[in-house]
Every structure is written in C-alpha cells, then in structure tokens.
Design a protein around this ligand. Structure first.
Ligand code: PLP
Length: 424
C-alpha cells in the first residue's frame, strides 16, 4: 500500500499534489512519501514480531538518499552497506555503526579500515582471500572484526537472472560445500571473530519457496558449524522480498507470509536474526514524475516521448522491468502507446504497446514503484544532469537533492596540460 492517490482528479503524494512539486522542481523528479516508508517499516517489523530482537538493516543500495536514510535511522533501522561510500552515507544519516552490516564481494583494504575504525557490527565475508585481507588489516589496526561468511546455497531464486545471486555460478558468497573449510580457516586467523552466517539469494522474489530452501540449508549449516566448535550467534537472511509492480499479476508474498516462513524455519536456530530489506521498504514509496514532451506517430502505436530517460530510471532497460505508468491528472480516456525517453538508444523504452491513460504533450505522468533502484542507479548519459529528488511528509515537502546543473558536469572534467596550454 502507498500514499500516492487521486484526489479531486489529481495524483497526490500524501497531501501534496504532484503537479505542485513538478512546477517547482521541474521534471523529471523523484518524489518519495514518508508515510509510505514508515508504513512499510511498521509492516515489516510486525511480520517479525515473534522474533527475539532482530536487526533490520536497510539495504542502502536500494535508496541511499540522505533524507531517506535519516527517516529510516529515526525509525531505528540499521544499514546493510556494500561500499565505503554507502557506509559513510549511513553514518552521516545517523545509523549507529553497531547496526551496520558490510556486504559485498569486492571490499577493499581502504573500505575495511574505514569500517573497522567506525566499529561496524558485522562484516559479511564473501571469500577466503577476503578473510585473509580483513585479518591482515584488523591486526595492523589492533582491532577485531566480527565476521560471518555469506554462503552461496546454490538455489535459483526464480527472479530476473541479473538480480539472482544464490546460484552456484553467481559471483556471490562461499560455495555451500566449502563453508566448513572457510570457517575453519577464518577461525584460525588473528583479528577476526567468527560470529555468524549470511545468505542473500536475489531481489524481487515473488515465491517464498527458494528462500525457504536456502534458509533450510543455512539451518543445517549452523548445526554443522556448531558441531565443529564455532559459536554462531547471528544469521543474516539478506533481503529480496518482492513488491507489486504490475497490478495485473498476482501480488508477491506479503511481509507477514515471509515472517511466518522465517519463524517456522528458524525456530530452533537460537541466533539473532538480521534482515537486509531494500525494495520492500522503499519501492512503493517513490514515483518518478515526468512530463510528456510530445507524442510522435508510430507504425503500430504512437510513441509518447517523456522527459525522463533510461539514465533517470534504468530498471526497464537493465532488467526489462515493468512500471505502472499513470497520468497525474487522468482524463478518463485510455489509449495504447509506446512510452519512450529522449536518450539515443532503442533501449530507452519504458513500455511497448501499453494500455494506459491517454496523454498529450505537456501532461505529467508518474512511473510508479520507483523508490527502489531508481534515483540511485541514475547516471548522466547523454549529458543529462542527475535527477532531483523530493520527499513529502503530510502537507510538507522538500527537495532532498537538487537537479545537477550541466555546468557541474562540465566543471567536473579537467583538461590535460597540453590542451590547457593551447587554450591559454
Ligand atoms: N542484501 C544484499 C547483500 C543485496 O545484494 C541486496 C540486493 O540485491 C539486498 C540485501 C536488498 O535486496 P532487496 O532490495 O531486494 O530487498
């Protein structure tokens, strides 16, 4: 459920008409709803109510805007980070270091130093060489890192291939069959304290079966690890729960269904559970508002050319993702069209042969469910400044990232000395 609703014929974010934000911020612009974020946190927490003190660490990659992170930090969430940059953003937003989990397959020594000095809660290691590097770094600093290994359970999550992370051939984690050796190795290293296990099999999961299968494997591994003498105190079950993008499809499992499954599978694990939800917290809490530049004839259907491009919202071009596309002030008429951006790539197509509200040049349109993996993946391709972001809270709203002016892009490039001389 979200707080983007039609009132008096115009889409509002909570109590603010989206057209008012577009008028002031220009388009395209991402708009987030605080009430929706808060609701999703509440629903996720309620789903875990039977668990003893779980840590909910928001996957910062889904939406790293400082205002979004600060909203979540105020609600008591921790952070799952995958880079030094994400760690710094989470800390700057007020997430306590001990609630930070550091995931990711390519942590560098510099990032490890930063995280150790800040005193983060847990490193999720993805390989034995990474354990060696962290041991070396921690020992030199005279610090101890609490570690888990991310296990690759060889389970196909049944989602888009590019966001599946738990198949044997995917780059993530330590192969299930090699886990005992990896733990024995890490336990013998100075500067590391083995505390847990971690798993994350993919994103936009619409079936609980693969997660259940992966978690059952993790449960069996915990028993084996304990039998081998490791004190396993935490189990990080990752993120991945899907959100409804397309109202015509059956909805993904609810947080309550997910929570019930987790509680059933983990009942006798005797660990502190960690969760890394991203999309389910912010996905439906954001929309991308764009304006129709013009409608162009097509052989089959007309092309509705909007001022947002694949650089602003990559998901359709990257993952063939489906976003609901709605007029902000619908006339009631429907039409079938191709929705495209202005970028010089055929991939800059948001929807083909889509039946949707009929729109004309100048109309505002919203890409729904754009709060996760939206603005954070935006780039400046075709020399377009990064899209601004705004957040609504009841009747209030504020810009939380300004549109990047083209001058800033130009100023970021520097000339080599020989071209500078020529200029002089
Ligand atoms: N944790 C890890 C390690 C991830 O790679 C991801 C994203 O794929 C997440 C959590 C968050 O996933 P989602 O946004 O689907 O909940």
């Amino acid at each position: 459920m979200d707080h983007f609703t039609l009132r008096d014929g115009a889409m509002h974010a909570e109590d603010v008409p989206l057209s008012a934000i577009a008028a002031e911020a220009g388009t395209p612009v991402y708009v987030y709803s605080t009430a929706t974020i808060e609701r999703h946190v509440r629903v996720f927490r309620e789903a875990l109510a039977g668990l003893d003190d779980p840590l909910v660490a928001f996957a910062v990659k889904a939406n790293p805007n400082g205002a979004v992170l600060a909203t979540l930090a105020r609600l008591g969430l921790g952070a799952d980070v995958v880079s030094g940059g994400e760690l710094m953003r989470a800390l700057a937003a007020g997430v306590p270091a001990e609630k930070v989990v550091f995931s990711g397959v390519g942590k560098t020594a510099e990032e490890m130093i930063l995280a150790l000095r800040e005193g983060i809660g847990q490193f999720n290691l993805e390989s034995v060489p990474e354990a060696d590097m962290l041991s070396d770094v921690a020992t030199k600093l005279g610090l101890e890192a609490q570690v888990a290994f991310r296990i690759n359970p060889n389970v196909d999550a049944g989602t888009h291939s590019k966001i599946s992370t738990g198949r044997a051939d995917d780059k993530f984690g330590v192969a299930y069959d090699r886990a005992l050796d990896a733990y024995a190795h890490a336990a013998a290293l100075p500067g590391l304290k083995v505390v847990g296990v971690a798993v994350h099999i993919g994103s936009q999961l619409t079936d609980l079966g693969p997660s259940r299968a992966a978690f059952e494997r993790i449960g069996a591994l915990i028993a084996e690890l304990r039998a081998a003498g490791h004190a396993i105190a935490t189990a990080d079950l990752g993120g991945g729960l899907g959100v409804p993008y397309n109202p015509a499809l059956p909805p993904p499992p609810s947080p309550a269904d997910y929570g019930a499954m987790v509680q059933a599978v983990t009942a006798d694990w005797n660990v502190r559970l960690i969760f890394e939800p991203g999309r389910v917290i912010v996905g439906n809490a954001g929309v991308l508002v764009t304006r129709v530049i013009r409608v162009k004839d097509g052989v089959g259907y007309p092309f509705v050319v909007v001022d947002a491009g694949m650089n602003d919202l990559m998901r359709p071009s990257l993952y063939d993702a489906w976003h609901d596309i709605r007029a902000i002030e619908p006339s009631g008429e429907r039409a079938t069209a191709n929705i495209v951006g202005p970028i010089c790539e055929t991939g800059d197509t948001f929807a083909r042969a889509r039946e949707m509200d009929r729109v004309e040049a100048g109309d505002l349109v919203a890409f729904m469910t754009a709060g996760a993996y939206g603005a954070t993946m935006a780039n400046t391709y075709n020399s377009r400044g990064l899209t601004p972001e705004a957040i609504v809270n009841g009747e209030d709203w504020a810009i939380i990232r300004e549109r990047q002016p083209i001058e800033a892009l130009i100023a970021a490039d520097t000339l080599p000395p020989w071209l500078n001389k020529e200029k002089a």
